[in-house]
Design a protein around this ligand. Structure first.
Ligand code: DX5
Ligand code: ZN
Length: 230
């Protein structure tokens, strides 16, 4: 498994392109392109058409991407009953699996199970979910994903109200020994990235902004620079 831990010192921002905005007919080539462009990890959105009104990829696509790249694979499950699918995504090469708080009644069990499989576990919170739900999971997860759009589609506008949620989460993280990473996902571009980093996010997922850029490498650098970190 590629070591993401080494990248995660306080000052380091992880840039994670979301392949949802890429060419699904060329997943392997897209993965190589992202690796060459300097991505730190690759974000793969899995949607079931129920938890969110959209369908995307399955575990076989993750396996294909895994064969094409050495990048850290961050799998974002927007599916009900994620527990039932963990084994398949682990076997396909996921390095971290993030489940949604809203998608299962077995949140703690599923997070534990993911960790027992030897990979990182993340938990995602939809914009409408109250911040109060987050603190309990800071010690149970390797990553807290604060959704900055309603999950389901790429290319949506960033929800400014989420900045406070990031700040409040970061404040709590500062008080614990091994804090989880704070990831943001949705509407991240050169403007919103800096807002999120300043608020305390350290993992930035970006789809449309990076894939629409003329030069992916440059766009990744612009994102890093906008966080004041290169
Ligand atoms: C949305 C997905 C995101 C999406 C982000 O439900 O979780 O990962 O790909 O795309 P942009 O950056 O275009 O909002
Ligand atoms: Zn995502």
């Amino acid at each position: 498994m590629p070591e993401q831990g080494g990248l995660l010192s306080k000052k380091r921002i992880i840039i994670e392109p979301s392949i949802l905005s890429g060419d699904f007919g060329a997943l392997a080539a897209e993965s190589v392109r992202l690796e060459c462009a300097g991505a730190d990890a690759l974000h793969i959105d899995i949607m079931d058409g129920h938890f969110v009104p959209n369908l995307t990829l399955g575990h076989q696509a993750v396996a294909a991407i895994n064969r094409a790249t050495k990048l850290f694979l961050d799998v974002h499950l927007m599916i009900y009953n994620p527990y039932d699918y963990i084994e398949r995504f682990v076997a396909s090469g996921a390095d971290r699996i993030t489940i949604h708080f809203e998608a299962t009644e077995q949140v703690a069990e599923t997070l534990q199970y993911i960790r027992r499989c030897g990979i990182q576990a993340g938990i995602a919170f939809c914009p409408e979910t109250s911040w109060e739900m987050i603190p309990k999971y800071l010690s149970q997860a390797d990553l807290i994903l604060i959704m900055t759009v309603n999950p389901g589609f790429g290319g949506q506008p960033f929800m400014m109200e989420m900045v406070e949620k990031i700040e409040m989460t970061e404040r709590l993280c500062r008080q614990i020994k091994n804090p989880p990473l704070i990831q943001v996902d949705g509407g991240i571009d050169d403007q919103t990235a800096s807002l999120c980093c300043r608020a305390g996010a350290n993992v930035l997922v970006s789809g449309n902004y990076l894939f629409k850029a003329k030069e992916m490498k440059e766009a990744i650098e612009v994102l890093r620079a906008s966080c004041g970190l290169n």
